[in-house]
Design a protein around this ligand. Structure first.
Ligand code: 13P
Length: 247
């Protein structure tokens, strides 16, 4: 049985004061033995705050992006080793907002995943189709290419150390969720692709308007191992309710 994992992607939200309130509420509401893994991914300037407030708690933390490079003249970028220095366990790579707004290719995303693994971090590799791609019947080709780029670059022995997040672009921040059956269909394909690389045990998260009222049904699907949560991760009660639904 794979453990469930619920990760909050705070995107570009938060402040020292607001985060302190949110993190305190999350810690107060989290059960150390819940059997569910959980983490928050704040904007990078707040990683030190997470390290100071969350060390020793069951709530892990991670970053939203990482450089493919180890060090040097890459203004504005953050190396995986730096994220590890701040206690990160996870780093999101290839979020659709970065693919769309920053032109990140699957090849670059794969290099970022490789850099994360080399520093001992767990990359959360995001894949997902746009509405136009779904309507054109390209969903499986698109997510297959996105995951395939990572599995093609990462050494075979490390493939099992990644996490995958299926986030249909049309479901992000729109209130439109994939039905559990639609999500499961894609997750099953991703599972098969991972199993081909001896990585069938990898956690595959669903993301896209996951809320307390739909989380249980989504995570009850055979190949949905948790959630990557945007908006609902900014409200302690909602995020805790999603973690509870993962049990
Ligand atoms: P929402 O939960 O706000 O739809 O965002 C999902 C997401 O993009 C998480 O990475």
């Amino acid at each position: 049985m794979r453990r469930k994992l619920v990760v909050g992607n705070w995107k570009m939200n938060g402040s020292l004061a607001a985060n302190a309130v949110l993190l305190e509420a999350l810690q107060a509401g989290l059960d150390a033995d819940s059997g569910v893994d959980s983490a928050v991914c704040p904007p990078a300037p707040f990683l030190a705050q997470c390290q100071a407030m969350l060390a020793g708690s069951p709530l892990a933390w991670g970053a939203q992006d990482v450089s493919a490079n180890a060090a040097g003249a890459f203004t504005g970028e953050m190396a995986a080793a730096m994220l590890a220095d701040f206690g990160c366990k996870y780093v999101i790579v290839g979020h659709s907002e970065r693919r769309a707004c920053h032109g990140e290719s699957s090849e670059l995303v794969a290099k970022k995943a490789l850099a994360a693994l080399a520093a001992g971090l767990t990359p959360i590799v995001c894949v997902g189709e746009t509405l136009a791609e779904r309507d054109a019947g390209q969903t499986f080709a698109v997510v297959g290419e996105q995951l395939g780029a990572v599995l093609g670059l990462v050494p075979a022995a490390d493939a099992a150390r990644i996490v995958v997040a299926y986030e249909p672009v049309w479901a992000i921040g729109t209130g439109k969720t994939a039905t559990p059956a639609m999500a499961q269909e894609v997750h099953a394909q991703l599972r098969a692709q991972l199993t081909d690389k001896n990585a069938g045990g990898v956690q595959i998260l669903y993301g896209g308007s996951m809320k307390p009222d739909n989380a249980g049904e989504l995570m009850a699907q055979a190949d949905i191992d948790g959630g990557l949560i945007g908006g609902a991760a900014l409200k302690a009660a909602d995020f805790l309710a999603i973690i509870a639904a993962a049990r």
